[in-house]
Design a binder for this molecule. Structure first.
Ligand SMILES: Cc1ncc(COP(=O)(O)O)c(C=O)c1O
Length: 409
């Protein structure tokens, strides 16, 4: 039975209402999100959205075929172009833009290279690591053991000596770097040297910081010794939701690439890959300026909030070198008698969107056009809407309406 037209109308209204609110009516300070360029957005809605292609080299009933489908003369070239841009931008010779998300990119890297029973070192979620690497998730799925790579807290720097000691003691098959709460680059050269000395691979999950890496403002994982870099393409990287993977090691790529199709996914969503290709090319042109503004915004917002009495972690270390800053959750409860989730709900009601776990991110507001000198005003609105519980929604909306279009594209 066909869906009632009223349900279709309701769905249309919901999508339009979402667009007005999240697209034009708030400042988005979610560290995991971003705004994609109009051109990349158009590609997401192009004919590619419904197409298949499966480039492969296979024997089918006595005939060699190079694709399961006909009609792919442009899609295949789009993929080659996007992969080449990813390889250039992240300084590896081999890249794939097929992974459907950051999590899928992690599976794409780990599953083909590490057999069941392998031991991993990864940062624990309690210290800001990604939940997916906790024992019940990817390690359970792929049959790995996981041990903590020591990090004092989610807002601290990784200590090279302690990490190396742990690598030498645990003798893992792989070290997986990367965090969901991610402020500071790693002492990667030292860690990679220690890992490689005992034949362990170094994976760098750059999901949160990929846009900053692209702009040369965080660290350069492959040149600093990581074997494989992968991550989400929609957090600090301002692309469509998805993932990518880059390596300079042909031996590893030859194991990874053929293992993707039919193990990790089948069709790779070519509208997404076209949009991702566009974003990669945009960042080749303007990535440095984008990443610099984003990081400087985060540092300025940290200073302004902290100065106004809302404690931000890592204050004695410049607050951050990424797009994130972290609320001091303990001080929040003690000084302002509010938990981060309740604070985020207050902010949401006043058109200031954050996550409920204490991170603020400045990537999307940088794309809108906010610069470091705007951060004291943003901090003031956050303080008034949050700890002071004032109604500032109309003020936020009036300010938001001053920004049209997107920068850095
Ligand atoms: C470090 C890290 N890796 C992987 C992921 C998963 O990314 P995605 O949502 O693109 O699958 C996340 C998501 O937050 C993350 O923080």
């Amino acid at each position: 039975m066909a869906a009632a037209p009223t349900e279709e109308a309701r769905l249309a209204r919901l999508v339009a209402a979402h667009e007005r609110w999240r697209g034009h009516g708030v400042f988005n300070l979610l560290a995991s999100e971003n705004a994609i360029s109009p051109r990349a957005r158009r590609y997401l809605g192009s004919d590619l959205a419904g197409r298949y292609t499966l480039p492969l080299s296979a024997e089918f009933e006595g005939e060699r075929i190079d694709n399961s489908y006909a009609g792919t003369r442009y899609t295949d070239e789009i993929e080659r172009l996007a992969n080449a841009a990813a390889a250039r931008l992240f300084h590896g010779r081999f890249a794939t833009t097929r992974p459907l998300s950051g999590h899928i990119a992690a599976l794409s890297a780990l599953a083909p290279l590490l057999p069941r029973g392998s031991k991993l070192l990864a940062i624990e979620p309690s210290a800001g690591g990604y939940d997916g690497y906790a024992s019940g998730f990817i390690p359970a799925l792929l049959g790995y053991q996981v041990r903590p790579l020591p990090l004092a807290s989610a807002s601290a720097r990784l200590d090279a000596d302690r990490a190396i000691e742990e690598i030498q003691r645990e003798r893992p098959a792989a070290v997986v770097l990367g965090q969901s709460f991610f402020l500071f680059p790693y002492p990667l050269r030292e860690i990679a040297e220690a890992a490689h000395a005992q034949d362990a691979l170094v994976f760098y999950d750059g999901s949160h910081v990929l846009g900053l890496i692209a702009g040369g403002r965080f660290q350069d994982p492959l040149r600093e010794g990581a074997d494989v870099l992968f991550g989400s393409t929609h957090k600090s990287f301002p692309g469509p939701q998805g993932g990518l993977l880059v390596t300079d090691r042909e031996d590893l790529f030859q194991q990874i690439d053929p293992a993707l199709v039919w193990r990790i996914f089948d069709n790779a969503h070519w509208h997404r890959i076209a949009a991702l290709g566009q974003t990669l090319l945009e960042l080749e042109r303007v990535g440095k300026e984008y990443a610099t503004t984003t990081v400087e915004n985060a540092q300025a917002l940290g200073r302004a909030l902290h100065g106004a009495g809302l404690s931000i972690l890592a204050a004695d270390d410049g607050f951050t070198e990424s797009h994130q800053i972290h609320l001091d959750r303990k001080a929040l409860k003690e000084r302002h008698a509010i938990a981060p989730g309740a604070l985020a709900r207050r902010w949401e009601r006043q058109r200031l969107i954050t996550d409920l776990v204490g991170r603020l991110g400045t990537a999307e507001v940088a794309r809108l056009g906010l610069i470091p000198s705007d951060m004291p005003r943003l901090a003031e609105l956050l303080i008034r809407a949050g700890p002071r519980h004032e109604r500032v929604g109309a003020e936020v909306l009036a300010w938001r309406r001053e920004f049209h279009g997107l920068r850095f594209q």
